[in-house]
Design a protein around this ligand. Structure first.
Ligand code: PBG
Length: 327
């Protein structure tokens, strides 16, 4: 009788040993918590397609910020649900220094100055057509004209106190242009986290419901967001964004794109973040509600998988739950 020379079960045989041999450690400080902001006072409004996630009015943000700090979550990402009468063809509300986003940034910074604030740059919360860029008469998205507005939007957010500018629009060349704009106004320490590999995905549906743009969107975003069929193209997107001055890059959605994260990790030394998007959240919650998954275990497993694939951190609506479980 011969026995296995190597027994991999030996190191798995007790909790202390599993802890000692863990290759990947998930911590609360790996998490970025996305919040949806809406007009009004005292508003905590459930989002139908994202059970457990609410839209908050600006005055309610301080509570969430305090929660983030006490849980050890280092950064909040903000998304505005702009009221319909402030949306327009050209998305000019993005440049209003008193828009919902700027009010939210100031409220967070005022409540918790040590908490990082990440702000999304793209025109979709402000356009009547729901696209991330400006539309030509024939319906095409105008790349370079959009960039001019994105620079203004980024400066507007930086002046309000944003720490990380996160362009999610997928226009070509926007990272370098925004970097120049920020340097030009002395915002040399404001970071850029580029949504570099952002795919035209079915998994953004609940988010568009949350920010109220689903009813507005005409057509799809396939002329600017990436084709889910492509992996090598993600390397080109990231390479360009690094050359243009991105401090970190993002892959989005998360779970269906772990292969992209891994190939980026192997090719570049830039910090990589994943966005576990609204549809992924909704999918997990639906499985939990149907009694087929254990929420706590499933959430921690998915977040650990992002780190194993090579991420520095993850944007996830489950951030407070995960931080509590890890704390
Ligand atoms: C806006 C933006 C989107 C998301 C983040 N920023 C939606 C989109 O591109 O249509 C999606 C996030 C999520 O689904 O949780 N450009």
């Amino acid at each position: 009788m011969t026995y296995p020379a190597t027994r991999l079960r030996r190191t798995r045989s007790a909790p202390w040993s599993r802890a000692l041999h863990a290759e990947t450690i998930l911590r609360p400080s790996d998490l970025i918590w996305p919040l949806f902001v809406t007009e009004g006072r005292g508003v905590v409004e459930p989002i139908r397609t994202m059970p457990g996630v609410n839209r908050l009015s600006v005055d309610k943000l301080a509570e969430a910020a305090a929660q983030a700090v006490s849980l050890g979550i280092p950064c909040i990402a903000l998304f505005p649900n702009t009221q319909a009468d402030r949306r327009s063809e050209d998305g000019a509300e993005a440049l209003n220094p008193d828009n919902l986003m700027c009010q939210a940034i100031k409220a967070l910074k005022n409540a918790q100055p040590g908490l990082g604030v990440l702000t999304d740059v793209a025109l979709d919360p402000y356009t009547s057509h729901g696209h991330d860029g400006l539309l030509a008469e024939d319906g095409r998205i105008l790349n370079d004209a959009t960039i001019e507005v994105l620079i203004g939007q980024s400066l507007n957010q930086a002046r309000a106190g944003a720490d990380i500018i996160a362009p999610s629009d997928m226009m070509d060349g926007r990272v370098g242009a925004i970097r120049d704009g920020l340097e030009g106004e002395g915002f040399d320490l404001v970071q850029i986290m580029a949504y570099s590999a952002k795919y035209a995905s079915a998994f953004y549906g609940p988010f568009r419901d949350a920010v109220g743009s689903s009813g507005h969107l005409k057509g799809d975003k396939k002329t600017y967001q990436m084709d889910p069929a492509n992996a090598r193209e993600a390397l080109r997107e990231v390479e360009l964004d690094i050359l243009e001055g991105a401090d970190s890059v993002m892959v989005k959605p998360g779970m269906p794109y772990l292969d992209i994260i891994r190939s980026l990790r192997d090719a570049f030394d830039v910090p990589i973040f994943a966005y576990q998007v609204s549809g992924e959240y909704a999918m997990l919650e639906a499985a939990v509600a149907a009694g087929v998954l254990d929420r706590d275990r499933a959430v921690l497993e998915t977040l650990t998988a992002f780190k194993r694939a090579g991420c520095s951190g993850v944007l996830t609506y489950h951030a407070p739950l995960a931080a509590r479980l890890l704390g």
